[in-house]
Design a binder for this molecule. Sequence first.
Ligand code: SF4
Length: 365
Amino acid sequence: MNFELDRVFIEEEFRGSRIARTVLEHLPAGVPVDYVGDGRAAARPDSSHPDPFAAGKRRLILMRRRSPFLMACPAASSEFACCGYLVLTLASNCPMDCSYCFLQDYVADNPGFQVYANYADAFGELEALSARAPGRHFRVGTGELADSLAFDRLTGLSLELVDFFARQTGLTLELKTKTDEIDNLLTVDPRGCAIVSWTLSPPAVFASSEHRTAPPAARIEAARRLSEAGYGVAFHLDPVIAYAGAERDYLELLDHLFAAVAARRISFISIGGLRLTPGLRAAARRRHPRDPMLTGEEVLAADGRYRTFTPLRARLLRTVANRIRRQSAQIPVYLCMESAAMSERIFGVRPPAPANLCEILGARR
Ligand code: SF4
């Protein structure tokens, strides 16, 4: 566990619950624990702190989720070439700190590191979904508002998740991470129902921008081990960042990946260029003023996000896509949060509709 906690808050109703007991058992000595009626107050920003968002990451709150767990992927619109998967929100915020992370803006008013202790309700929502759509296949990811595995050593949640999905038909779990926290996963058999995906960046981006994450080589090694243990593995080259030497670095990263993990074991690779809403760009530059990855050549795109100058971005995305294709035409590759026009420019064809893509990705797990 590559992060520290200042304090833990546990809502009274979860005192004695399985997850609270596991957290208390694994918590480093000396971290104070408070029991509160309602954890939402502890999740609010501490305005006396010079960086309230960073302070929120260091406050773990075990609390009830008061809204549904299951949502459509925020990228799922006709505007984007996207994967059309479903998001299961089991936690909010993340103990790591990537300079480009959208959470800096998205959860700025609510930055406490929240883990939802009534996660069993999520299983009920998933069962209801399956019952409403018999015969359909759904890919369900937990890594949208938090890294899926960053806190797994504290909570052991992955064990229950994999066990649940292994008993379902038509549901694939996708855990998304920048860690090498795989010890729990190695103890359970996913029975073909779980994919673990890693966001991969070259060492230069890791060093400048992905604070407290596992180094890229450690992520690739974790992927190799899990693929040999029967998990599907997948990768997100997202964000792809344009900087001097980026093409060489991304190609070396892919060489490293393909030397470690056989192409036939890779469920898919997604690619997406760096994009920042104006709010995120301001927050990121304020919090990480010396990060060179945040000051590339960019334009305000039609979707209201700052993106790398289009010809530069297209060239880099094409270089990455071509390298993957050269390794194996069988690996599904798609663009995430890029327009259908960009997808056509890179691959020469319009992207499949999200529902179809979901089926394609689900079929290769
Ligand atoms: S690992 Fe993911 S969720 Fe965590 S800070 Fe980095 S980008 Fe954000």
